[in-house]
Write a protein of this length. Structure first.
Length: 124
């Protein structure tokens, strides 16, 4: 019997870290999907482009960038919108993000959506 290819989940995240629970929800959904052999894509748009910055150091709650690093290690793909990132001071030339996060255009998101079995939008 031929094995079917893994299903693909794409999560579009638009809210920034520590402002709402959307980043934590995205992490939990993505982690669960990865544990169930899904291919997982996270596209960070608008204020969500603040999530994977290297310099975060919250004292009273978990570091969201660290959680996203775990997802990358498990095989998730994480991309941040170039226009949104640049507008928020996260320039491609400064390498602002944790290793593995790529800064790309919304055309990457469109391609992911076209290939995905499921798409979840978290945020406004």
């Amino acid at each position: 019997m031929e094995e079917s290819p893994p299903k693909m989940l794409t999560i579009l995240l638009t809210e920034g870290p520590y402002r709402s629970q959307y980043a934590d929800m995205a992490y939990e959904i993505a982690k669960s999907a990865l544990n169930n052999n899904y291919r997982v894509n996270l596209f960070l748009y608008m204020d969500a482009t603040h999530i994977p910055t290297k310099e975060q150091n919250p004292n009273s709650f978990p570091n969201v960038a660290h959680k996203f690093r775990i997802l990358l290690e498990k095989g998730a793909n994480i991309k941040a919108c170039v226009r949104c990132s640049t507008a928020r001071g996260h320039s491609c030339t400064q390498d602002p993000y944790i290793k593995g996060v790529e800064i790309k255009t919304v055309y990457e998101l469109a391609a992911w959506i076209g290939k995905s079995d499921q798409v979840i939008n978290l945020g406004g």
